[in-house]
Design a protein. Structure first.
Length: 296
């Protein structure tokens, strides 16, 4: 059994850790509120923009060229892996990295064998994971979460879009966590480029007969809408990930605080038992000494 000093030191250590986890939970809760508000405000705009684009593009002649929808043989792939800059958020980062690795093995193994799978990590945890595994990495946009706004994110989206247009990449995919609630995040593997045509069911449900007036022309408007929609989609993925990160961290710190409380109960019980055993031992020694003296 541990001595009293060791148990007392452990109790102090656990109390200190519990104070830290409580503080981190409160900070995560404050950040979550702001991140949740941003993504809730963003979703209707992004969804409406997608619907307008579907409505407008549905009537465009077949010979209209959409350079972002051009399907070609996939030789080089860009994977945008969205993680966090810091840990202590449960399995948030490990799930994303494992999902990205599984996507490479299942869908792009041939390209990976030729070192043609490029990683654009957003978040330092993703950078560390893929750097250790010697993937070709584009490090220019790792720290976007330090100043998360549309202007900064737009640059990363444009880099991916320009790389696709120029033929540097033949496919671009996003891997991120979609925010559902504080305790639940949904892993998403989303094809960013080429733009996938909507399924027949989606066409029936999302495309409505709206009589638009086009100025100067439908084709020119689509040329403006598509890049805008792609950048908004990219930004939305980062907002989803940011809210998911704070929710995951808040949950993890809440569980850590509860575990610390349970551990404190056990340690205090152990401390009391150890102290009682020490007192009992001292009493027995005194009684034994008294009996020895009496017998003499």
């Amino acid at each position: 059994m541990a001595n009293l000093k060791e148990v007392k030191n452990r109790i102090k250590s656990v109390i200190s850790t519990q104070q830290i986890t409580k503080a981190m939970k409160m900070v995560a809760a404050a950040k979550l509120r702001r991140a949740q508000d941003r993504i809730i405000q963003m979703r209707p705009y992004a969804n409406k923009l997608s619907v307008i684009l579907s409505n407008v593009s549905s009537g465009v002649e077949d010979d209209t060229v959409n350079e972002y929808a051009e399907v070609r043989p996939v030789k080089k792939v860009l994977l945008v892996v969205i993680t966090s800059d810091r840990g202590l958020c449960g399995a948030f980062n490990s799930n994303i990295c494992k999902t990205a690795s599984s996507l490479i093995k299942e869908k792009y193994q041939d390209q990976n064998d030729n070192s043609n799978v490029y990683i654009l990590p957003i978040g330092k945890k993703g950078l560390d994971y893929f750097k250790k595994r010697n993937y070709p990495i584009i490090e220019d946009y790792v720290t976007l979460f330090g100043h998360l706004n549309f202007d900064e994110v737009r640059k990363a989206a444009e880099m991916a879009m320009n790389g696709y247009k120029s033929g540097e990449f033949d496919a671009v995919e996003l891997v991120y966590n979609e925010f559902k609630n504080v305790a639940t995040q949904i892993l998403r593997k989303e094809q960013f480029l080429p733009i996938a045509p909507p399924a027949e069911e989606e066409k029936e449900t999302s495309v409505t007969n709206v009589d638009y007036i086009f100025e100067p022309s439908k084709e020119i408007i689509i040329e403006e809408l598509i890049p805008k929609s792609l950048k908004v989609q990219f930004y939305k993925a980062l907002l989803e990930s940011n809210a998911s990160e704070q929710g995951s961290r808040m949950t993890a710190m809440d569980k850590a605080t509860e575990n610390a409380s349970e551990l404190l109960k056990e340690l205090r019980l152990t401390y009391n038992r150890t102290r009682q055993a020490a007192i009992t031992k001292e009493i027995l020694e005194i009684v034994g000494g008294a009996e020895a003296l009496a017998s003499n």
